[in-house]
Design a protein around this ligand. Sequence first.
Ligand code: NAD
Ligand code: TYD
Length: 342
Amino acid sequence: MKILVTGGAGFIGGNFLQIMTEKYPEDFYVCLDKLTYAGNMETLEEVLKRKNFRFAKGDICDRSLVDDLFRKEKFDVVINFAAESHVDRSIENPSIFLETNVLGVQVLMDACRKYGVRRFHQVSTDEVYGDLPLERKDLLFHEDTPLKASSPYSASKAAADLLVMAYHRTFHLGVTISRCSNNYGPYQFPEKLIPLMIEKARKGEKLPVYGDGRNVRDWLHVYDHCEAIDEIVRRGKEGEIYNVGGHNERSNLEVVKTILKALGKEENQIEFVKDRPGHDRRYAICPDKIESEIGWKPKHSFETGIQETIRWNLENQQWLRHVESGEYRQWIQRYETLEKNS
Ligand code: NAD
Ligand code: TYD
């Protein structure tokens, strides 16, 4: 199979490519990535050495570039990880979220139709369901829970999900959607809760917890999410939506305290700050459908996964330093010089 992975220089797409290019040497993977601030070629260092992989720099919204790529490569499968993914940035500037997360998806699906791609998989999020009350532990998100997004980010992802299902119904495009809970693991950009707090705790800085810190997220290790996507693409039914999660609900305060404890730091580093506008209270996924229909189950518990992630962040200071200093962006200049001279 020839598989296009968009957004593969980001956190989840990067982990996906690391795992799958090794697991399936008979398949060929192409990564299309715009290399926004969140795209990091240092994440793909090992993948770039593999014979079954090629990188292409480009924007999923660029219709002629996408058309050219699809015509040349004749993909069997497209997996769309490309997105603007940070809620706080979507509150600052929603426009780019609508462009990439909605219009970009349309461009990709138009190319899938034109060039006969068998499967378009949209990597979505549980945030499309909005939030659940803290005091109703019995309530979970199911695939048919109504969409009720709270932030410009989640609204853009919900809009894309609707468009994906519309392309299936109207044009019979072979689509699947996965809606996963919050991910953690190696190579996550340090603007997101877990890597941000590890870095701040390590440096002895204050840890900014929004509001009262009681907001709950349902955490899943990125390796489990990658396996779920791969299983859905290979075994999932066309036109279906699959929730992905592992019943790992934790309050933000619990997560932050776990990080401080693992690093031998004091809880007085915690600082409660002004709440995020529209802050979702609780996310909780029911993963029964993917477990019973596909046989996927998470392999990583939060207890061990978070400790491994803390260790990864401590042991991979070069990756983090390059993100902080902006050195990871130098790859783009080298790539553009190479392209010009070729
Ligand atoms: P990320 O921000 O780390 O990476 C996004 C990648 O997409 C980057 O490499 C970036 O350069 C690329 N990109 C952005 N705009 C692009 C464009 N216009 N054209 C081409 N490439 C572009 O995001 P992530 O955390 O890896 O998330 C990947 C996907 O998974 C997203 O669709 C997100 O909505 C979804 N998701 C994330 C989580 C999570 O906890 N991180 C949970 C559930 C679902
Ligand atoms: P985040 O990693 O941004 O993911 P999402 O908003 O998509 O769930 O945030 C996870 C939770 O942590 C969310 O409830 C907001 C909270 N948070 C803080 O309290 N402080 C921070 O500095 C950040 C980045 C997040």
